[in-house]
Design a protein around this ligand. Structure first.
Ligand code: HEC
Ligand code: HEC
Length: 468
């Protein structure tokens, strides 16, 4: 008979030699192991601590909502912010690449939206969610071209790198909200082609001078200013930003777990949480080295080797390379090539397709990619995308170029399908149930009979005749 001491020593040795063994399996108590990681990462469960969130019921956010849904701010009056950022579509549009001006039917929002005559899609990047935008502290956009410089100043594309834009407004979200109207593909079309951004914004504001006075007087509690001083591009962007910033959706099962409810998430999600937060030396995947904090992002930029699809953001006018170089386009630093901002993973279940260009239509597939980016990029095919009208003609060639650059997301050795499943289960605990409920989201969707100053608000159809 073998000595029990010897066999348990062999067992222990076996455990230590197994490459994927996790600390959790060693101690047998996964809750304790996750607790250590929660403490090490200084998580509280609440990413909104200390952030001032406007109420959707405030008069300013109410005005912002109307503006967000109104096509009057679109150069050719076909497109509104909501065309690409609808609350019922996870604060995005459910498309890999958005369609702004030139849509076949502007009333259709979401996966059935098409270009006129089934033309190719021209917007180069995926529309990020507006949910929880109030929580960003450093940058807006995939490439950070709106950036907080210090407590009082914000850089925007209207000014030189790392200089303050005096007209940026009060916060990052307001600074961002002044730009979609200037994009030809998103909202502008050929309206005032060639004019300066500020000239364009003034002209769009003037459109509201006729019918929106009452709404602005209420929102800004201002009965005295002249119409020209009341309805300005600054007040417009301020109101829109308050509407967006009121979209706080952070009450999820993971938070309940962090706050002490051990039953709040499943065993698979717990294994996923362990993988997500643990370092590679402890059998983890170390996702939290970038997706850090209660907001699940460090707000920095990395090359994750997401395959290039679609037209890509142009390096200059007439650029046909379709090779989107991300953050490099902003900073011109060689090391920033192909880097994009780490996305928050809150509500990630509903914010697909995923990646800065929507290269992946399933959360499993993008998770698999993140576990081994180079391998996934090499094997990538357009079957990962559900949307028609996307140009893949240079995807292979540009993937080769991309893979010659330094990839910042390192693979997890020995990752299995079970790891993918557990990570996905974990990420689904970051969904606030409100974002899946029309009733719960209804304060952010104007009712069909709401006062519509110039009859130009979009209510959104899934298909012709079918309410979104
Ligand atoms: C045609 C689709 C489209 C329309 C219309 C549109 N957006 Fe976007 N939005 C995008 C895309 C694409 C991006 C990302 C662009 C990039 O990062 O280069 C974006 C980025 C954003 C972001 C940044 C989010 C983040 O995480 O950094 C916010 C906020 C936003 N849009 C709000 C708005 C507002 C407000 C309007 C209306 C004034 C608007 N959008 C109109 C497609 C659209
Ligand atoms: C080195 C930093 C880094 C690490 C480590 C990392 N990520 Fe990411 N992640 C990013 C960046 C940057 C992006 C966006 C890349 C892009 O769009 O080009 C991203 C994108 C994602 C997305 C898509 C989200 C969206 O909204 O499009 C998911 C999901 C994701 N990561 C999950 C994970 C998981 C799971 C792990 C661990 C296995 C992980 N990430 C590890 C930086 C990182």
């Amino acid at each position: 008979m073998r000595s029990p001491l010897l066999s348990s020593a062999t067992l222990l040795l076996g455990l230590l030699l197994q490459p994927n063994i996790t600390l959790a399996e060693q101690t047998g108590n996964i809750d304790n192991d996750i607790r250590l990681l929660i403490n090490a990462h200084k998580l509280t469960g609440n990413p909104a601590q200390g952030v001032n969130i406007p109420s959707i019921h405030s008069p300013k956010a109410q005005l912002g909502m109307k503006l967000f849904y109104s096509r009057t701010l679109g150069g050719d009056q076909s497109t509104a912010c909501v065309s690409c950022h609808h609350p019922l579509l996870g604060g995005g549009d459910g498309l890999s690449l958005p369609i702004g001006v030139g849509s076949a039917n502007p009333n259709i929002i979401g996966p059935n939206r098409r270009m006129k005559n089934n033309g190719d899609i021209t917007v180069p990047r995926n529309a990020p969610t507006t949910f929880n935008v109030a929580l960003w502290k450093k940058h807006m956009f995939h490439d950070g071209r709106v950036k907080k410089l210090d407590e009082y100043s914000i850089m925007t594309p209207d000014v030189a790198l790392d200089t303050a834009d005096a007209l940026s407004g009060e916060n990052l979200v307001q600074a961002q909200a002044r730009f979609p109207v200037t994009s030809m593909e998103e909202m502008r079309g050929s309206f005032l082609n060639g004019e300066m951004n500020q000239t364009l914004r003034r002209s769009l504001s003037a459109r509201l001078h006729k019918n929106w006075v009452k709404s602005f007087r209420i929102a800004f509690n201002d009965n005295h200013s002249s119409v020209a001083d009341l309805i300005t591009e600054q007040n417009i962007s301020e109101a829109i930003a308050d509407y967006e910033r009121s979209q706080l959706f952070v009450n999820n099962a993971w938070r309940a777990y962090v706050e002490g409810d051990k039953q709040a998430i499943s065993e698979s999600a717990k294994r996923g949480a362990y993988l997500f937060f643990a370092p590679k030396s402890k059998g983890g995947a170390n996702c939290a080295s970038c997706h850090s904090s209660d907001f699940f992002t460090d707000e920095q930029f990395y090359n994750a080797a997401i395959p290039p699809i679609g037209k890509g953001k142009h390096k200059h006018d007439g650029d046909t390379d379709m090779d989107d170089q991300g953050c490099y386009l902003v900073t011109k630093k060689p090391e920033d090539k192909y880097r994009f901002r780490t996305p928050s993973l809150l509500n990630v279940e509903v914010t697909g397709p995923w990646g800065h260009n929507g290269a992946y239509s399933s959360l499993e597939a993008v998770t698999k990619h993140m576990l081994n980016p180079i391998k996934a990029a090499k094997k990538y095919t357009k079957a990962h995308v559900e949307q028609a009208g996307i140009d893949f003609s240079k995807t292979r060639r540009n993937t080769k170029t991309l893979l010659k650059s330094k990839i910042d997301v390192k693979p997890m050795r020995g990752a299995t399908e079970q790891h993918v499943k557990d990570l996905v289960e974990f990420m689904k605990t970051l969904t606030d149930p409100c974002v899946k409920s029309r009733e719960c989201l209804s304060p952010w969707i104007p009712p069909a009979n709401s006062n519509d100053p110039d009859g130009n608000m979009l209510h959104g159809l899934r298909k012709r005749g079918q309410r979104l």
